[in-house]
Design a protein around this ligand. Structure first.
Ligand code: FES
Length: 178
């Protein structure tokens, strides 16, 4: 298994020092590990448990309780379509069908080329601009079924961009508007 990056190990110690009780750092450390590896392995859970002074089983309980933590690898781009009421009323289910066809990837799975994982998620707190799609850390607003093909072209192009998703989108940019 690939070891965690030295920067991750150093950051973990910084995070732990921010909490009066080490175990409070469990979730931040899990986010850190997932950011590094893309998912969380049993060895990672054991490492986090040792760092914060709990049992590996207690860490596993956290990992399995929260849907944002993953135990399996995903595609290079993680495409999350909001399906909660506001986005559903504005077409997120139709959008999902269009994305499934365009990416050749059924919802809840990873495309055969390993580039995309496509999922429905619950509200991502941008209800006035639906349908909303989050790709990695970037939010795309007003992604309609009709614009799905263009949207897919854009996220395919992002595979060539090493800086994609590393900075927050700015208002009135293509990333912001979808
Ligand atoms: S309902 Fe989609 S972001 Fe809230």
């Amino acid at each position: 298994m690939t070891p965690l990056q030295p920067s991750t190990l150093a950051q973990a110690d910084v995070i732990i020092r921010q909490y009066p009780q080490k175990r409070s750092a469990t979730m931040p450390l899990l986010h850190l590990v997932q950011e590094d590896r893309g998912h969380i392995t049993p060895e990672d859970m054991a490492w986090v448990a040792e760092k914060v002074g709990v049992t590996p089983m207690q860490v596993l309980e956290v990992v399995t309780f929260y849907p944002m933590f993953r135990q399996h690898a995903i595609g290079r781009r993680h495409v999350k379509v909001c399906r909660t009421l506001s986005c559903a009323l504005r077409g997120s289910y139709e959008l999902m069908e269009s994305l499934e066809k365009a990416l050749q990837c059924p919802r809840g799975s990873t495309s055969p080329d390993g580039n995309f994982t496509l999922e429905f998620v619950e509200c991502i707190a941008d209800c006035g601009c639906g349908p909303v799609v989050q790709v990695d850390h970037t939010l795309h607003e007003n992604v309609t079924p009709a614009s799905a093909e263009n949207f897919v072209q854009k996220i395919r192009a992002s595979l060539q961009d090493p800086n994609y998703g590393k900075t927050a989108p700015q208002p009135n940019t293509p990333e912001w508007k979808g």
